[in-house]
Design a protein around this ligand. Sequence first.
Ligand SMILES: [Zn+2]
Length: 387
Amino acid sequence: MNKTNPEILPLRCHDCGQPALVIANGYETFYRVTSDCKPWPPGGCLARCSACGLVQNPVTKQWGEEASQIYANYTIYHQSGGAEQNVFDPQSGAGKPRSDKLIQSLRSECALPTSGRLLDIGCGNGGFLSAWSRLIPGWSLCGSEVSEKYKARVESIPGVEQLYTCDIDQIPGPFDLISLVHVLEHIPSPSDFLRRVRSKLKPGGLLFVEVPDCEQSVFMLLVADHCSHFSPPLLGGLVSAAGFEVLHATNTWVAKEVSVAARLVASPGSTAPLRLPEPDSLKVFGGWERLAAIVAKIEPLKQQANFGLFGTAIAATWLDAQTQSAARFFVEEDRNRVGRKHLGRPIFAPEDVPAQATVFVALPQPLAGQVAERLARVQRGLNVVLP
Ligand SMILES: [Zn+2]
């Protein structure tokens, strides 16, 4: 055996650096998904650091190579032709862009000034910046990304100063607000990263972080290019330890997601090692065992002639890979996606699903139950199965 092979050295936590990772045995047999909703082969690793409590995909050479490969082929919101993901009102099913909902929540909960300077780190094609420009004009906006792919598009948004592709330390600050929307879960050593973000804020400046809620949605544990997995108390704990006063740590702004709004405090915080709340850390890590139960439930359905999956995002993409592409169709309430194809098969609106079909709702509870009620209202003959 080659003792210098880095893959056989004890794995270290990518945040606290301790060789204290507890591995989820059996996780490596599951298919995975990329964060832009494409199937990804099995062979991953899920772990929990028993020193700091971070639930993670260990940042190994393999993880880094897979993440690079995923980003090289990245397509934002390809299921809707580039339009931002909608979020839905549980009763009416009416949708609005996710950024609109986030900005409205921030504005009503955090007393935002009418003008200021915002940096959106990992701004993608500018969805959050353009919603901000429309809803709170008067702010000066900057974006940061790893590539210049969407430079022209981002810089054409009213109020945008510039898109930066340099290291965050080189971006000219300071800022009144820095946002990280679906970014922190991709970044190794998130505590270090938050300390670097901190140095770009004005005194009393705000930090806004949005990540998936892996306690509510266990499917998010299968995203191959994520390296940290959070719930509201876990993200709140990490942000607080990095020298912020946490104003909100909630999963009520957008379903299945954690939103943390925090204010920079004068002292840089304690230098004690990170310790996330243990019950919350164990709860998020334990979620992977529920994935096996979901696979057992969907297995007998795939033989049925008219079998489909509700959803075209992470959960549906994973379940389709896990059942060897058994779904004949996908179902969506998002009108930007209806009529297109996902993984080569049609995306139907609820009213267009074939009669007598079986539809597995690829969403966590209680959202899955709400969807089932809405489906039953438009299509009586459907056999709707919940996870
Ligand atoms: Zn750790």
